[in-house]
Each structure stands twice: as C-alpha cells, then as structure tokens.
Design a protein around this ligand. Structure first.
Ligand code: GTP
Ligand code: MG
Length: 284
C-alpha cells in the first residue's frame, strides 16, 4: 500500500521548512509519496519544497498562475489516481502547519478497517483545537451547522476539516462517474472541500472520523480562506444537492447509483466528461 500525501500550496514558504521534515518523520519506513501542488505561489514555496524535500519521495506539480484550491485539488487527485493503484490511500492536508502528519497512520488504520474516507475530526474524543478564536471559530461553527443540516452524512461530524484520507478506489470511481465534474466549485473559495464529500456520499462512500487536534496557533501563513465566495459555494451546493426534506439528494443518489451500476450511463444533467488535462507540470 502506498500513501500519497497531497499538499495544496499557495504562498506557504513559511511552513514548508517545518512541514516536510515532519511528514518525513511521521512516515519514515512507509511506502509514501508527497505530492505538492504549487498553485502559482509568488513566494519561495517551490524552491523551499525542492530544498527541504531532498531525501524524501516528493513530486512537485506547478500551476504557472494561481488557479485556486478547487483546480489544485482536482489536479492533485488526478495525479494520485493515475500514479496509484487499488489498495493505496491519498491523504490531503493543509500546508500551513496547523495539521500534524503524525495522525496519518491512525487514518490508515480506519481505512484498513473498511472506511473509504476518514476525516481528521476535532469532535471525536481526543480531538480538539488550539488557537482558534473569535470570528474564525464562529464561522466554523456556523458552517458546520449548515452543512450538517443540508448534508447529513453518516459517520461525519467535522465538515470543515480538509485533512482527510481517501481510499484510492473511491477516488478512482468518483473520477470515472463524475469526470471533470467531481470538483466543479472552482472559483468559490474553499467550498470544494464540502463538494468532494457530498459527491462521494452520493456514490455511497463509507465515512469515518479519527481524532485530531488542530493547531491553529502553529499556522505560519496568512489565512487564505475567502469567506464570502466559500459561503456562496456552500449555498449553491445546498441548492443543487442539499437535503430538502430528504427528496432532492435521495434522487441524485439513486440516479447516480442506478446509472453507475448500468455501465456508467448517467442522468443527462450529470454526463461524465474526460478527466481534465492536468495543467500542472511535473518537476521531480
Ligand atoms: N492551490 C491553492 N491552495 C490554496 C489556495 N489558497 C489556499 N490554499 C491552500 O489551501 C490550504 C488551506 O488554506 P488555509 O489558509 O490554511 O485555509 P483554512 O485552513 O481553510 O482556513 P484558515 O486555517 O483559517 O486559514 C493551504 O494548504 C493553502 O496553501 C489557492 O489559491 N490555491
Ligand atoms: Mg489551514
């Protein structure tokens, strides 16, 4: 089994020198590959990644210009799916050093136990957060309530955590079923983080959580969370796939599963398209 660690990075020069060695220590002796997607950073992110990635299996993909988190995650997932195989796992974590790679193996245990997606959760026993204050805390709480109401997903409580492990097979299937529509929320802040779980849930993915302590006080870079575009993205997702008295979402789920079983024929509103051609260039 190989562990792909996907790092979306935009102007993260401040945290690369600590984050990469911590990943190396956490996964020492394991079969892993770090995939850092440098999304047109204007600082030294790429150069520092090359410098601090010496001696570890690191692939750097680059966007010449900043394309946002949605396209970055899409390219990273497409890379991991094409480079990996059944039995592998992709772990996506922030590059800002607020999430500890030491938790990765606890996620892998849960994947081995049968989960398709494991969420690093502040709400499981042993989890928590430090250094999250005021507005950011309130925002996360409000967003959590909204997401739980519109997208009740069995086994999931921490909706805004982007730190998650995904079974290779579920990502492969999502790309086959949704094509380039797996992540459509491209210019809408970080709403793609919710979109992924909504679409995987519609495919019938099994979700689980593992405790995680978010160290916001270790965050090295400025927050890049654009709250208004992200909120708009959540609302659009709720309108399209939300749980309006259980009706709309159940219909989507049933039609996707029915058509998936009958050799990938999908409702006309959700025709698969070819996976995007990765705009990134591979460095190493
Ligand atoms: N590729 C790409 N990554 C981004 C962009 N903006 C942020 N990121 C990355 O996405 C991850 C999350 O960004 P953060 O600023 O940590 O946002 P957050 O964790 O949701 O919220 P805060 O911690 O409150 O800022 C980090 O790894 C960033 O480098 C972007 O425009 N493109
Ligand atoms: Mg962060």
């Amino acid at each position: 089994m190989k562990i792909f660690v996907l790092l979306p990075a935009y102007n993260e020069a401040a945290s690369i020198p600590t984050l990469l060695p911590r990943i190396k220590a956490a996964l020492h002796g394991r079969n892993y590959e770090v995939v850092l997607v440098d999304d047109g950073s204007r600082d030294d992110t790429a150069r520092l990644a090359e410098q601090y990635g010496i001696g570890m299996p690191l692939t750097i993909l680059r966007h010449p210009i900043n394309r946002g988190l949605g396209e970055t995650i899409r390219d990273g997932i497409e890379y991991c799916v094409s480079a990996g195989q059944a039995g592998d796992v992709m772990v996506r974590m922030d590059c800002d050093d607020s999430q500890d790679p030491a938790y990765i193996m606890s996620f892998i245990e849960k994947i081995r136990a049968g989960a398709d997606v494991v969420v690093a959760s502040r709400y499981q026993e042993g989890g928590g957060q430090s250094g999250v204050h005021g507005y950011r805390n309130w925002l996360s709480w409000g967003a959590g309530l909204f997401m739980k109401a519109f997208f009740p997903i069995k086994g999931m409580r921490d909706y805004s955590s982007g730190y998650r492990a995904y079974r290779w097979e579920i990502l492969d299937r999502a790309l086959a079923v949704y094509g380039n529509r797996f992540i459509e929320q491209k210019l809408l802040g970080f709403s793609c983080t919710l979109e992924k779980v909504v679409k995987l849930d519609m495919l019938g993915a099994r979700f689980s959580e593992a405790p995680h302590v978010l160290h916001y006080d270790r965050k090295q870079s400025e927050s890049k969370m654009a709250s208004w575009p992200t909120t708009l993205g959540y609302v659009l997702l709720a309108l399209k796939y939300g749980n309006w008295c259980g009706v709309c979402r159940r219909q989507w789920r049933e039609s996707i599963n029915a058509n998936d079983q009958s050799k990938g024929r999908l409702p006309s509103t959700l025709q698969p398209v070819e996976p995007s051609v990765c705009a990134a260039s591979r460095v190493a």
